[in-house]
Design a protein. Structure first.
Length: 366
């Protein structure tokens, strides 16, 4: 498949025109990767992509990054403007924007404040807005290549979860288990993004940092792991029981299993993000676990682990084919235990494709 970056920049130009904005400025981050393919280093030396309504896109880069930028940016019409160690990079970017008579300028949300303030000082009297908003629509709806990348990385994290029972051994610490899982993720991904191993009462904290607690028989353990491969992220949770199922756990877990399935079943074009959230929340509320489900049902995923669309209660955003997000209800009972089940799904033309396939029933590790 050919690189889609020319089309993405063309779409951004269209949005600029529609929004009466003259130029967009993007710093290193996933918006820049989305538009150009360039995984630029977020340095104190500014790297700034400048997209105006007409003319080639320009990228201002430190001279020592020029070769990487030229190799990685896959735009057919691009001018690389480099600067030396003692040059005023923001002044240079401001000059280019000034020369293109940009009166209204959009800046990406991930741009360092020092860069934005520097540009604003150099370009007084302009109006400023968020460039991320202008790129967001394209990023929310994945194209076929992006869906395949997400499916491929989801299959990798499935493989890691299949191996989790081997390392969940009573007597080991969460940190030891997490180190093993990091190594496994590294085998399958180019980068580990996060490893949550939350055992026993620690599982009541959704983003627990793995620590020195030793796994015990009768613990429920939440394992939530993710990494990046070919630029796209995985994110998947299963809950395991060590030796035996904790007392009072089987019933709420069964409700959680039903809640997650109900949310997956609610995914289709035309449904809202609120419908998906409600499908999970209704089941947990009916089981008396409404208060214990302390977070949204899911988040979009792509170049970032967390991106739009947000699967939130009351959310009115309408699902479109190509949207990809997590479905991850959970319950968290302080002092006792917690559980979460998380899969990545993609909206299809007539329903849903679930990218993670590992069994969702509670796995009791011998
Ligand atoms: Zn999370
Ligand atoms: Zn997760
Ligand atoms: Zn997630």
């Amino acid at each position: 498949m050919t690189a889609p970056h020319d089309e993405r920049v063309a779409a951004l130009r269209l949005r600029l025109t529609e929004s009466s904005v003259h130029a967009a400025v993007l710093a290193p981050g996933s918006d820049l990767r989305y538009l150009t393919g360039y995984d630029a280093l977020p340095l104190e030396r500014p790297t700034l992509l400048l997209v105006t309504r007409e003319g080639p896109a320009r990228i201002v880069v430190p001279r020592l990054e020029r070769m990487r930028a030229q190799a990685e940016v896959s735009l057919s019409d691009l001018v690389v403007v480099d600067y030396g160690e003692h040059d005023d990079a923001l002044g240079l970017a401001a000059e280019l924007l000034d020369a293109s008579e940009a009166a209204s300028i959009a800046v990406g949300d991930r741009t360092w404040t020092s860069f934005t303030l520097g540009l604003q000082r150099a370009l007084p009297g302009r109006s400023w807005c968020s460039a991320t908003e202008l790129v967001a629509h394209g990023r929310r709806v994945k194209d076929a290549l992006e869906v395949e990348r997400l499916a491929a990385v989801a299959a990798r994290i499935d493989d890691v979860h299949r191996r989790v029972p081997d390392v969940l051994v009573a007597g080991r610490t969460e940190a030891e288990v997490a180190a093993d899982l990091s190594a496994m993720i590294t085998e399958e991904h180019e980068r580990v993004d996060f490893v949550i191993v939350a055992s026993g009462p620690n599982a009541a904290s959704p983003h627990h940092e793995p620590g020195e607690r030793r796994l015990q028989r009768g613990d429920a353990v939440v394992v939530d792991i993710g990494g990046t491969r070919d630029g796209y992220c995985s994110d998947m949770t299963r809950t395991y029981a060590v030796g035996s199922v904790p007392e009072g756990f089987a019933e709420p877990y069964a409700a959680l299993r039903r809640a997650q399935q109900a949310a997956i079943d609610a995914v289709r074009p035309g449904a809202t993000v609120g419908d998906v959230d409600a499908a999970a929340r209704d089941v947990l509320e009916a089981a008396g676990l409404g208060e214990a489900f302390v977070h949204r049902t899911g988040h979009g995923i792509g170049l970032d682990t967390h991106e739009e669309p947000w699967i939130i209660g009351g959310g009115t955003r309408v699902l479109e084919p190509g949207m990809a997000f997590s479905v991850e209800p959970g319950f968290y009972l302080e002092g006792r235990f917690g559980a979460r089940i998380e899969d990545i799904v993609v909206v299809t033309t007539d329903g849903v494709r679930v990218l993670n396939v590992v069994d969702r029933d509670l796995v009791v590790v011998p």
